[in-house]
Write a protein that binds this ligand. Structure first.
Ligand SMILES: Cc1cc2nc3c(=O)[nH]c(=O)nc-3n(C[C@H](O)[C@H](O)[C@H](O)COP(=O)(O)OP(=O)(O)OC[C@H]3O[C@@H](n4cnc5c(N)ncnc54)[C@H](O)[C@@H]3O)c2cc1C
Length: 412
């Protein structure tokens, strides 16, 4: 194994500085205004001001060459390592619009990874290119209402070949980003095999253009009462949705192979951004604790607030180091060896970020749960991150199985 260098490399330094400066000086000041525009008109489209903000920032980022950093270990773009990308993702995580401005947002990065690694040239031309350009957006449809989707072998949406087409029937929910009017393509996990096939070869991934007839947008799922418009997490029904057979990715029965490739990087990107959110929440907490007074003293000096601030700092440092180690493991090119590390950080990062954000909410009093700071919204996002891309329990299972495997020859 190579030396474990988790530091900021020389080539990363100027890029990190540029991203950090743009997030702090140009993106964060516009975040609140962007969010306040939601619902001025149709909730499920962007207002002219939102378009102006978002497209203006994207254009600026691109002009400065700050674009598609997530393309790690690739000839395109910077070809950064996952460790290097972690530092950038942390900065982007501090602002609501951060990741999208640099074309590094979920679920697109995971979907672009799938297309980059597994799609045919024609599929890449049609869908990867506009995604890389930030012209369209995408959604990843795996979870279904009627089955326990944390075990993906349960996925039931039928996909049956009929001549030169596949025909899809079933429901998906929690399809993040499917509400966005720019969302043009879905990557859909479907069941193509019969029950006789090995468990991990019964599923496939297919590309379904969002405007294909037979797709019904039933409703937007709410997260603690918020519909997250216009991005949205949609509940969709597919009735005889017909796609050409060349919309299959990689091959029939290879859905799990692709899912492994998709979910590894996607999961760790979420964790990196969560650490950025925690860092920003701690900054807000400290500023507020020094600025506001009660009982004759700044809040910082009251009760257990020193301890709270110290615990938050220590938790963040631990989570960041674990995240960097998981990123480093990914950079070693052995996905199987990296998997338990990704699972560890997938449990730890959302929990740490949630705890820190919760303390920051508390330090802000009533304002903390209101729309006046980004904290309440961040809290709900982080809470759901303990479910999305695999609930905590599923990742703990992966960590424990890996641990036990060291002591037995048998499969555990
Ligand atoms: C805001 C949000 C956005 C999402 N975005 C997407 C998206 O874009 N695309 C998509 O496909 N899905 C998405 N999801 C869905 C998410 O990935 C699933 O909710 C998750 O995988 C769990 O599946 P489930 O809801 O069917 O829960 P279930 O599978 O029913 O699991 C419920 C609970 O059972 C317990 N459990 C499960 N397995 C174990 C175990 N091995 N050991 C112990 N306990 C266990 C856990 O407590 C778990 O939380 C999103 C979810 C949310 C909330």
């Amino acid at each position: 194994m190579s030396d474990m260098n988790l530091g900021i490399t020389e080539r990363l330094e100027p890029i990190l500085d540029a991203v950090r400066t743009m997030v702090r000086d140009e993106i964060l000041p516009l975040d609140a205004e962007f969010l306040a525009e939601v619902g001025k008109g149709d909730r499920w489209s962007y207002t002219p001001r939102q378009e102006e903000i978002l497209e203006g920032l994207k254009k600026e980022a691109r002009k400065r060459g700050l674009w598609n950093f997530w393309l790690t270990d690739s000839d395109r773009g910077y070809g950064l390592s996952t460790v290097e990308y972690a530092y950038l993702a942390e900065e982007m995580g501090k602002a609501q619009l951060g990741a999208e401005v640099f074309n590094c947002s979920a679920p697109d990065t995971g979907n672009m990874e799938v297309l980059e690694r597994y799609a045919s040239d024609v599929q890449k031309q049609q869908w990867l290119e506009p995604l890389l350009d930030g012209k369209i957006r995408s959604a990843y449809l795996m979870t279904e209402p009627d089955v326990a989707s944390s075990d993906a072998t349960n996925i039931a949406m039928r996909c049956v070949r009929d001549g030169e087409s596949y025909v899809l029937n079933g429901e998906k929910w929690w399809s993040s980003g499917a509400g966005d009017p720019r969302c043009a393509i879905y990557i859909v996990m479907v069941r193509t095999g019969d029950d006789e096939a090995p468990k991990h070869q019964q599923h496939s991934m297919v590309l379904v253009p969002a405007d294909t007839p037979g797709i019904e947008k039933i409703r937007a799922m709410e997260v603690y009462g918020h519909d997250d418009a216009p991005h949205g997490h949609l509940h969709l029904r597919f009735t005889d949705v017909r796609i050409p057979v060349d919309h299959l990715i990689l091959g029939e029965g290879r859905g799990f192979e692709i899912a492994q490739g998709r979910l590894g990087p996607g999961r760790i990107h979420h964790c990196m951004r969560a650490i950025g959110q925690a860092e920003y929440a701690l900054e807000m907490m400290c500023r507020r604790a020094l600025r506001r007074e009660a009982f004759g003293k700044p809040l910082a000096h009251l009760g257990a607030n020193y301890d709270i601030i110290a615990e938050c700092r220590m938790d963040i440092e631990m989570a960041r180091l674990l995240c960097l180690k998981a990123a480093w493991m990914m950079d070693q090119g052995d996905a199987r060896a990296a998997a338990p590390w990704i699972s560890q950080i997938k449990v730890i990062a959302p929990q740490v970020a949630l705890r820190v954000t919760d303390e920051a909410v508390q330090m802000h009093g009533g304002q903390g749960v209101s729309q006046d700071t980004p904290l309440a919204r961040a809290w709900t996002g982080l809470r759901t991150l303990r479910l999305a891309d695999g609930p905590d329990a599923v990742h703990r299972r992966q960590v424990a199985r890996n641990e036990l495997r060291k002591y037995t020859q048998e499969r555990v």
